[in-house]
Ligand binder design. Structure first.
Ligand code: SF4
Ligand code: FES
Length: 213
């Protein structure tokens, strides 16, 4: 577990929250408001305030992976998706749902929102900076390479210094409407915000002077 995560231990389920990765989709506070208490001082998650299965199901919908859980009651842990996907969010990040490693390390969960505007202070993760930047992208693209026989398997994502996200391994890329626009085993995905061929890198990061450190 990442030491950046806050731990909320309950009887049947323990919840971990990584604040720097929350993209404020609000699925948690709207879905189970008696567990996830918005705008309270101090601890804001009460894992014992809901049925553990119900809480686990909701956490599995947190797109950013800011929330994850461990069961203390032998209940089912989160299952990895059958196929790996990367979905563009309108004016926002790239949401990964996959069995994957990030920069060579096993991901803390199968969900992660990765910055694609270039402005995050928590790269490669999204930290919500796209809103301050006014990043504008509808997350739509023409269909490209489609490997119809995409199988399951591990995905490795490398955030290249001053450059794109390099995805190695089976991956389906989806537009903001959830439609597949690309399927294959290798992709370079823009994370500087400047590409004219989003979600793919077109080399514009060089002219844009994109720096990751
Ligand atoms: S990203 Fe996750 S933790 Fe943040 S508001 Fe949405 S569901 Fe809650
Ligand atoms: S990372 Fe954006 S164009 Fe290459």
């Amino acid at each position: 577990m990442s030491d950046k995560a806050q731990k909320y231990e309950g009887k049947n389920i323990t919840v971990y929250f990584e604040r720097g990765r929350c993209i404020h989709s609000r699925k948690c506070v709207l879905g189970l408001p008696h567990v996830f208490k918005a705008n309270v001082p101090g601890p804001w998650i009460d894992p014992d305030a809901a049925n553990a299965d119900e809480l686990a199901a909701l956490i599995s919908q947190c797109p950013s992976g800011a929330l994850r859980y461990e069961r203390n009651d032998n209940g089912a842990e989160e299952t990895k998706p059958e196929i790996n996907t990367a979905t563009m969010e309108v004016d926002g990040p790239l949401n990964i749902h996959a069995d994957f490693t990030l920069n060579g390390e096993p991901a803390s969960s199968c969900r992660a929102s990765l910055c694609r505007c270039g402005a995050s202070n928590n790269k490669p993760y999204c930290d919500g900076s796209h809103k301050d930047l006014g990043f504008s992208d509808p997350g739509l693209a023409n269909s490209g390479n489609m490997d119809s026989a995409l199988e399951a398997g591990m995905l490795d994502v490398q955030a290249l210094p001053d450059g794109p996200l390099l995805a190695n391994g089976p991956l389906e890329i989806r537009d903001s409407a959830g439609q597949a626009i690309g399927r294959g085993k290798k992709a370079a995905l823009c994370r500087c915000g400047a590409s004219n061929n989003k979600p793919y890198c077109d080399g514009s990061h060089v002219a844009a002077g994109f720096k990751t450190e």
